[in-house]
Design a protein around this ligand. Sequence first.
Ligand code: FBP
Length: 545
Amino acid sequence: MEKSALQIARAAYQPKLPKALLGSVVAKEGKPTQSVGNQDDIKKLFPNTYGMPVIEFESGEQKAVEPINVGVILSGGQAPGGHNVISGIFDGIKSLNPNSKLYGFILGPGGLVDHKYMELTSEIIDEYRNTGGFDIIGSGRTKLEEEWQFEKGIKILKELNIKALVIIGGDDSNTNACVLAEYYAAKQYGVQVIGCPKTIDGDLKNEQIETSFGFDTACKTYSELIGNIQRDCNSARKYWHFIKLMGRSASHIALECALQCQPNICLVSEEVEAKAMSLDDVVTYIAEAVALRAADGNNYGTVLIPEGLIEFIPAIKKLIAELNDVLATDEAKQVGRNKQLDYVRDHISEENLKVFNSLPTDVASQLALDRDPHGNVQVSLIETEKLLSHMVAVKLEKMKKAGKYDGKFAAQHHFFGYEGRCAAPSNYDADYCYSLGFNATRLIANGKTGYMSIIKNTTAPAAEWIAGGVPITMMMNMEKRNGKMKPVIRKALVELDGAPFKFFASKRENWARYTSYVYPGPIQYFGPTEVCDQSTITLQLEQAK
Ligand code: FBP
C-alpha cells in the first residue's frame, strides 16, 4: 500500500495505555448491578449475564495464559479508531501468549454468519495502525438476533477454536453482543463475547462509558470544515450556510461543533422536542435571527442542524411511531413499494395524516419507506438543511411584506457526515481505542462475557486512565422496535440540564447576533499537548462537574 509522509510518521506512533494495563492485571469486582430500567424483564431475558459486577483492573499478578484465539467484528457505521481497537486486541492477546491468534470476520456481523473471515497477522495489523476507516476487515449492519445466526456462528468459532469474540459497535450492535453472550452462556458453548463502545454519534455513553470512540475525531474534522466555511462566510459576507451534521438521533455532534466553532445558530433536537416546537416554530426561530443580523447589516451567517432533527419535532415523532407500527405488520410487508405510500395514507390516524400530507413529498416518502436493518428512519437521506433554508426564505418574504425584515437572503447547503467517519484518529481516539482493544483482552483473560470494555478518566493524562468492564445488561431497558418491545441499550441523548448544553445556552444569544466565529483548524498529531491531545469540549465540560 502506498503511503503519504504523514501516514508513515503516524504508523510509528505508539498509542498510550493506562498504567494499570502496562503489566499484569487483577480484576477488582464491584457490587452486583441492575439494569437502568425494566429490571424484571431484563433479568428474565438474561438469566446468565444479568447482575454481574462492574470491574476495574489493577496492577497485579496475572496467571500464565494458554494461547487464545479471538475473533473480531466491526459493526455499523465507521468511526475513527476502529483499526486501533483491533491492533490493541492483537497486541493484547500476543502479550498474554505469543501463540494466540486473531481472526477478523469480513464486512460486519454477516461475516460470522456466512463464515467469511481472515487471520489478522502482524504484517496486516502493522499496515493499519493509527489509520482511519474500517477497511482492514470492513463493516456491515447485519443484525445478529436470530438463533439460526448464533448457531451458524458457533460452527465457525469452534472450527477456528475461537474462545472469545469482540464486537465493536454502537448501542444496537452491543445490544446484539449481549444477546449473543447470553445465548452462548446458556448453551455452555465456551465462547465469551465482549463489546467495545463505537459510534461517531456520541450517544453510547453513561455513568460507566465516558464517550464512544470516533466522536472526538469526527467532531474535530467537522469543526475544521465548519471553521473554514465560517471564514469564507465572514470574508464574502453574502451567504447563510445551512450545515447538517451527522448523528442519527442525538445532537451531540452538532452541539460539540457549536462549542468548538461558535456559529450563529445551532439547533438541538432534544430542546426542540422538550419545547414541543413545530417545524414552523423552528423556521421562525431561524428567520428571526436572520432578520436581527440583517438589521445590523449582516446578511450572512451559519446554522448547524443535527441530522435527526425531523424525528424530534413532536408531531413528526408521533407520526413516525405510528408509521413504524403500521409498516411492521405482515399485511404491510406484502404491499409493493409503489403502493406503500397509499397504504400508509389509508392506515394512519387522521391527525397523523394531516402532518404527513403537510410534508414535502420526498421527506414524507423517506419517513414512510426506508428503514435500516435496526428499524431506524434513514435520516442521513433527508435533506433537512434544504428544507429549512427554503422555508426560512418563504418566511422572510412574509416578514419583508409585513415590514419586519429588510435584508438579502442567499443560502448554501452542506452535509457533513461521511467526511469525518474515516478520518485518521486524533491522538485521543488513537490512545482511547488502542486501550479499549487491549483492555478487552484482559476481560477475556479473566473469563468475562457479556461485558463492554471501558476506559475512564480520559480527560486526565493516559497514564491515569482507569480500565475495566461494565456488564452490558446494566445499560439496558425495554423499548419498542419494529412494533415489538425489545431489550436495548438506552441511548444517551443531549441532556438539557447537562453542562455542555447549559454552557452553549448561556452563549448562543450573543453568537446569534454578533459574529463570534472560532476557526479550529485541522487535527494536529504532532506538537504541543494543548494542541494535539485535548478531548472534546463536551467531555471536558461533563468531567468538570
Ligand atoms: P453507528 O450508530 O452505526 O455508529 O452509525 C451512525 C451513523 O454514522 C449516523 O451518524 C448516520 O445517520 C448513519 O450512521 C448513516 O448510516 P449509513 O452508513 O448506513 O449511511
